[in-house]
Design a protein. Structure first.
Length: 378
């Protein structure tokens, strides 16, 4: 069986790492399974690209399409053209796409037009906010896919509402979240290998000379609806700056966010935020695990906070991961400064629930996906 895997952005590298390990394992026990990795180049910054491949021990991509940045239409169109050429050459049995980026949609469109079965990993997510490009990408990809692997029961229900169900040429199943597979594998590695807390001077010595982690907050900010709207961007930064008066707020800068800060001359206006360069996956896990709380507009970071049992405030009005909200680890606070600051105060006053079933599976989603594909394509 030949699999072509399309990736292009940081979260997809993390998901693909877990599935690639499962492919290699199955190859040893079940016979010949070949994976051809295609990197669209959607993320092209070293710390958001190459270093992830190195840390995650992902194989070098068979193809790097070098698309880079651009408008949604331009970027997706360039990817579609170049992915189509790869698929015509490789003639795979299935094409795997992940999540909801432009790389996801371009891969799915190229595959369906050439009649290759599409495997959508992380299918069925819905925020029901169609202003988000990700919402369009994920919905269209779901409707094009043959194999839809859902991370939660809610994702399966979302598909059913749209008439997408198991049977009649489609396979729909809740298998758990492949990112959970990855975090179980890499969290321990991060504790041993990452030096990010030391590098950022987030340790202090106690009277008995033991090193303790300083109290700090971690923030991430990258969604276009927040960064490209100067009013929202400034409102979020004012909240982070206010929070930073008491304890450090660490904000690794996504290239889009950094550009917006430079355009609006905002760096010097928020002196209580510690702006840093993008960090590697292992460093990010270390920062997340040891933070007092996380403030983010990232879907992936919301889940990572949940798995690491760190309180999370989501800087949006909706989330694809309502399960984390219902379980008490996540709160939607939007982008208004006072609401963000107040939301953090209220979250820290209460105890988050530490019970409940494992809504994202048992950490074996990748293995199950590959076994299903072997049976389905055999």
């Amino acid at each position: 069986m030949k699999i072509v895997t399309i990736v292009g952005a940081r979260p997809q590298f993390i998901k693909a790492a877990a599935v690639t390990r499962a492919i290699h394992s199955a190859h040893k026990t079940k016979g010949h399974i070949e994976e051809v990795l295609v990197h669209t180049g959607q993320h092209y910054d070293y710390l958001m690209d190459k270093v992830f491949f190195e840390e995650l021990e992902l194989p070098k991509p068979g193809y790097h399409l070098g698309v880079g940045s651009g408008s949604h239409g331009q970027q997706t169109g360039m990817m579609l053209e170049r992915i189509e050429s790869v698929l015509e050459k490789e003639r795979p049995d299935v094409v795997i796409v992940y999540g909801d980026t432009n790389s996801t949609l371009a891969g799915a469109l190229a595959a369906v037009k050439l009649n290759f079965p599409i495997v959508h990993i992380e299918a069925g997510l819905r925020s029901y906010n169609r202003i988000m490009p990700e919402e369009i990408n994920r919905a269209l990809t779901d409707h094009l896919s043959t194999f839809l692997f859902c991370p939660t029961d809610q994702a399966v229900r979302n598909l059913l509402k749209e008439g997408i169900k198991d049977g009649k040429g489609r396979f729909v199943k809740q298998v758990g979240d492949v990112m959970y597979d990855s975090i179980l594998y890499y969290a321990k590695v991060a504790e041993k290998k990452s030096t990010i807390l030391k590098d950022l001077n987030l340790y202090f010595s106690t009277p008995n000379s033991k090193l303790q982690t300083q109290t700090y907050y971690l923030a991430t900010l990258h969604r276009a609806e927040n960064t490209d709207n100067s009013q929202r961007l400034k409102s979020i930064l004012r909240a982070l700056n206010e929070i930073g008066r008491n304890y450090p707020v660490i904000l690794p800068l996504h290239p889009r966010t950094k550009k917006r800060l430079e355009v609006h001359f905002l760096f010097s206006k928020f002196k209580y935020i510690k702006f840093i360069e993008p960090v590697s996956y292992l460093d990010m896990l270390k920062l997340e695990k040891n933070a007092k709380a996380i403030l983010t507009d990232s879907g992936g970071v919301q889940k990572e906070a949940y798995w690491l049992k760190v309180p999370c405030l989501t800087l949006r009005e909706e989330t694809e991961w309502m399960e984390t909200v219902k379980n008490g680890w996540n709160e939607l606070v939007g982008t208004e400064s006072k609401r963000i600051v107040q939301g953090l105060k209220e979250m820290e006053k209460r105890k988050s629930s530490k019970s409940g079933k494992k809504i994202f599976g048992e950490g074996r989603a990748s293995e199950e996906i590959i076994q299903i594909l072997i049976r389905g394509m055999g």
